[in-house]
Every structure is written in C-alpha cells, then in structure tokens.
Design a protein around this ligand. Structure first.
Ligand SMILES: NC(=O)c1ccc[n+]([C@@H]2O[C@H](COP(=O)([O-])OP(=O)(O)OC[C@H]3O[C@@H](n4cnc5c(N)ncnc54)[C@H](O)[C@@H]3O)[C@@H](O)[C@H]2O)c1
Length: 368
C-alpha cells in the first residue's frame, strides 16, 4: 500500500494540499500509485485538526500526532506504511513570532528538517533500484529566503542569491541548503519549491488577510504596518497545492521551482480590496458588531501602526521556469481568489470563532 507522507498537514497550506489531493477532481493519488496520505503533525498553535475534520472516515487519509524531531518514529512510519514520497510543509511560519523568539524556528525548521531528511535517506536506501527511482522528498520553502526587492528590481527566480533577513527566513534558508546538500552529497531525490505569500481558506487569523477580514467583521481596527506600501506577490493556496503536485511529479531531481501568483500588490491595496468586498457581502448596516453610525464603510477602520523591524519592502516571483518545465500556472487571479477567500471566511464563522476563543486548542489539550 504505497503512501505519501505530508508533514504539517494540519496547518494552512498542508491542509489545503491534502483536501485537494483527495478531492474528486484530482487524480494525483491514482496517477502516482499512492493508496493513502499520512499527515504527520505536532499540532502546535498553528495546527488545527478541524482543518481536515471533513476527511474523518476516509480510508485514504491517516493522521499521526508526532513531531518531525522524532526521527525514530518517522523511520518506523516510513517503513511500515511503505512511504514512497514526502511533502514537507511542517514549519514555524510566522515572521513576527520569529522576531520575538527565534529558537523554535531553528528547532523545527532546521533540526526538524535535518531529522526528516535522515529518516527519508534511510528509507530511500532500503529500497530496490526501481523503487529508489520513483521515491521523492519535496521540500516546501518560501521566497523570503531571497531577501527584499526594490520597486525596480526584477522578480526573484531560481538563480537569485539567498539573502534572508528575518530569523524565520534564515531558518528556512538553512533548511533549503540542507535539502540541497542531501541531493549533492548522497544523491537523494529531492525537489524544493519556493513560493510567495499564500492566501485562501483555513489560514490562521494572525496573518494579514484573515486578520483583516475578521477584525473588520468584529468592528475592530485594521492594523497596517508602516506606510502600507510593502509589496507581496499573492498566491491562492489551491494554486500552490497544484504547483506542489506538479513539482513532485514532473520536477527534476535536485532542482528548485519558484511558485508565485503573478499578483503583486501593496498591503494597503489588499486591505482596501477586502473592505470593498465586505461592504458588498456583509454590509455595515447589517453588522451588529459595528456601532450604528460609527463608520460608513469598512475602510474607515484602517489604522497605521509602527512598522515591523527589518520589514522586507517587496517580494515578487518570476514563475516562468515551473510554467515551462512542469506545465503549471496559477488558475486564480487575485480578484477571483480573494472573493473565494472572503466568502469562505463569511461561511465559516464557527471555525474562526473556535480559533479566536482558543476552543480548538483547549479541545486538543483535553484529548492528549
Ligand atoms: N503561508 C505562507 O504564505 C507561506 C509562504 C511561503 C512558504 N510557506 C511555507 O509553507 C509551509 C506551510 O506553511 P503554512 O502557512 O501552512 O504554515 P502553518 O503555520 O499554518 O502550519 C504549520 C504546520 O506545521 C505543524 N508543525 C510545526 N512544527 C512542527 C513539528 N516540529 N513537527 C510536526 N509538525 C509541526 C503545525 O502544527 C502546523 O500544522 C511552511 O514550510 C512555510 O514556511 C508558507
């Protein structure tokens, strides 16, 4: 029963990847001969089992509550479950948290990736030649490893030199180098993807887009760092998931692929776009959380706050290479993707409430 191991599948991107891979309109499992997806997740604050509660009872899905630092457990799992590919999402992923305390970022993103690579190497070496040829280790990374761009610079691409600026991006850069080294030193069949900012359903409300949607609905201030003119290249999370599947199936060994949404926008433009959508989909006049007459439109809640230290000015991805080599391109424009996202948050208020109340964490503590 060959299977694929996903790490960090209870997080934002991993859960979207798993749901899409198991959906009816996706032939990823069948095309690759996988019978099952195993999701290994330590359930940190960012890991929410409710992200995949709709898959309960699906025999093609299995959850394992474990830490990627537990190399012995992973070695056993890879062997017992006939794992033929790994898609490695697990990470500490929030830049602000890395500024407050870098240590967990080094533990999970660097040491954790190292232990996972070691376990995967052991598994790969145990296979016969035919199986070794199809085994894959896909490492999910970020465009933040390339540093910051000015407005005039060309977008990041696969050959852009690394220049990480935050403890988060430094830890991800280190993990990318380890993955690269395992290919060059041991011949491990690895592929790395570096993607831009993701958005979409199931994103933890500490990140810009869900934070703005939920604060606006609660009638709270919409905080914007600095002058709001930092630019990011926004990628709809399902487009990213398709890109990972393509890179896993068609990517060359030892290669890296940049994945972006071809949607560069200033933070302030994003926030205003969300406000305009909310004015249409959840009018202030019908919102009991906003004091009557206090504001006329959601945009009036925008509040500029002190900038994040070392805040990178612009990220942008040139995704020509993955388009040419793997036949991937984004399906959503920012307009279609953000509309789907806002609609999802409006339709899933309980999911949001459980997170903001801390209920999901309490439930988990009670169960473990
Ligand atoms: N979100 C983005 O915009 C973005 C952009 C570029 C790259 N990435 C990368 O994509 C990956 C997924 O990001 P995300 O936004 O889904 O992150 P997330 O923070 O939403 O989820 C991370 C998941 O990893 C799990 N995890 C953390 N430490 C673990 C450990 N030691 N062992 C096992 N599980 C652990 C958490 O419980 C959580 O479920 C990360 O590697 C991140 O660096 C994210």
């Amino acid at each position: 029963m060959p299977s694929i191991l996903v790490t960090g599948g209870c997080g934002f991107i991993g859960s979207n990847f798993i749901r899409l891979a198991l959906s009816e309109d996706c032939s990823f499992l069948k095309d690759n001969g996988f019978d099952k997806i195993i999701n290994l997740d330590a359930l940190t604050y960012a890991g929410n089992p409710a992200n995949l509660s709709d898959l309960e009872g699906d025999s093609r899905y299995q959850f394992v509550h474990a830490n990627i630092l537990d190399q012995a457990l992973i070695e056993e799992l890879l062997q017992d479950e006939d794992v033929m590919a790994l898609a490695h999402f697990a990470a500490e992923s929030h830049v602000d948290r890395s500024i407050d305390g870098p240590e967990p970022f080094i533990e999970t993103n660097v040491t954790g990736t190292l232990r996972l690579l070691e376990a995967a190497k052991k598994r790969w070496l145990s296979l016969n030649e035919e199986k070794q040829a199809v085994f894959r280790f896909l490492h999910v990374s970020t465009d933040e490893v390339y540093g910051s761009l000015s407005k005039e610079d060309p977008a990041f691409c696969e050959t852009t030199p690394y220049a990480p600026n935050s403890p988060y991006s430094a830890s991800k850069a280190s993990s990318d180098f380890l993955v690269r080294a395992y290919h060059h030193t041991y011949g491990m069949p690895v592929v790395t993807t570096n993607c831009s900012n993701n958005y979409g359903p199931y994103q933890f409300p500490e990140k810009l887009i869900p934070l703005v949607i939920l604060n606006a609905l609660d009638g709270k201030a919409l905080p914007i760092y600095g002058d709001g003119k930092n630019i990011r290249d926004w990628l709809f999370v399902e487009d990213h998931a398709w890109g990972i599947m393509d890179a896993l199936q068609k990517g060359a060994l030892g290669e890296t692929y940049c994945i972006g949404g071809r949607s560069e926008m200033e933070n302030i433009q994003i926030v205003k776009r969300i406000c305009a959508l909310l004015d249409e989909l959840a009018p202030i006049s019908e919102n009991p959380n906003v004091e009557s007459g206090k504001i006329a439109k959601y945009e009036d809640l925008i509040k500029y706050v002190k900038d994040r230290p070392g805040h990178d000015r612009r990220y942008a991805i040139n995704c020509d290479y993955i388009e040419e080599k793997c036949g991937w391109s984004p399906r959503e424009t920012f307009d279609t993707g953000i509309k789907k996202t806002v609609e999802w948050y409006l339709a899933n208020k309980q999911w949001c409430k459980d997170i903001t109340d801390g209920n999901y964490a309490r439930e988990r503590l009670g169960n473990s």
